[in-house]
Design a protein around this ligand. Structure first.
Ligand code: PMT
Length: 224
């Protein structure tokens, strides 16, 4: 059993990949399974938190018990679901893989093929983490970064630009890390730089480590 390190804390976690529709039967998505976010939600619940899990497209199995589940398939839906709850949340952890682009127009009917090539025009989606960082007030904000190179440089840049309290950087080019796997490898940064190096471990183990770091950071800040 887990120590109630997060008793009374309201924690919102995003998980999975977003789906950006082209037409009623086609969409753009990514390889996120939701395993990392589900593991964080389950562990936060075991540590006594009140948990809201905002989930996109997932293949991680059933939702953790005792957790409030909100479905938000597109980046826009996830943005709305997170921002609506921000003021009532103590800790936000953004483990979802949100699409940076979506089709500029969504066809109301199934698109028909022609003899020509097809060019899709994509537009930017709203940046949820950035908006949360701007409006966070007292909420503790944890971002994720999926990188394939220059991990530390990109992680610190993201942490600062998006005004996160912690950033979890996973090098998704490494075997045993990132999208779809049962394990992950990550580095946790705060504004002063590298805080903790997490070698390969299962996502549930990593979820516990991350939440303990969050709890002790909050405690050190005198917020308890
Ligand atoms: O789901 P799994 O299969 O278990 O895989 C886990 C994971 C690899 C998806 C997870 O560990 C992870 O790294 N999640 C973040 C993936 C990602 O989209 O990283 P990014 O570097 O593109 O985005 C940085 C941060 O901004 C993320 O917190 C993301 O949620 C957020 N973001 C990105 C784009 C956008 N429009 N809005 C956002 O809020």
């Amino acid at each position: 059993s887990e120590e109630p390190l997060l008793a009374g804390r309201r924690v919102l976690i995003t998980a999975g990949g977003t789906i950006e529709r082209l037409d009623p039967v086609r969409y753009i998505t990514n390889d996120s399974s939701g395993k990392m976010g589900f593991a964080i939600a389950a562990a936060a619940r075991r540590m006594g938190a009140e948990v809201v899990l905002v989930a996109g497209n997932t293949s991680a199995g059933s939702f953790p018990e005792g957790v409030q589940h909100v479905q938000a398939l597109s980046a826009q839906e996830m943005y709305d679901a997170v921002l609506r709850r921000l003021a009532d949340t103590d800790i936000v952890i953004m483990a979802a893989a949100v699409s940076d682009y979506r089709p500029k127009s969504v066809a109301p009917q199934k698109m028909k093929k022609t003899g020509e090539n097809l060019i899709l025009e994509l537009e930017r989606t709203p940046d949820i983490l950035q908006t949360v960082g701007q409006r966070k007030g007292k909420t503790f904000v944890v971002g994720f970064a999926a990188e394939t190179e220059h991990l530390e440089e990109y992680a610190m840049d993201k942490l600062q630009r998006k005004n996160c309290d912690l950033l979890v950087a996973n090098d998704v080019s490494q075997e045993g890390a990132g999208f779809g796997t049962d394990t992950n490898i990550a580095q946790i940064y705060n504004k002063d730089g590298l805080l903790e190096n997490l070698p390969m471990m299962t996502k549930p183990e990593m979820a516990c480590r991350l939440l303990r770091i969050i709890a002790s950071t909050l405690e050190a800040a005198g917020d308890r």
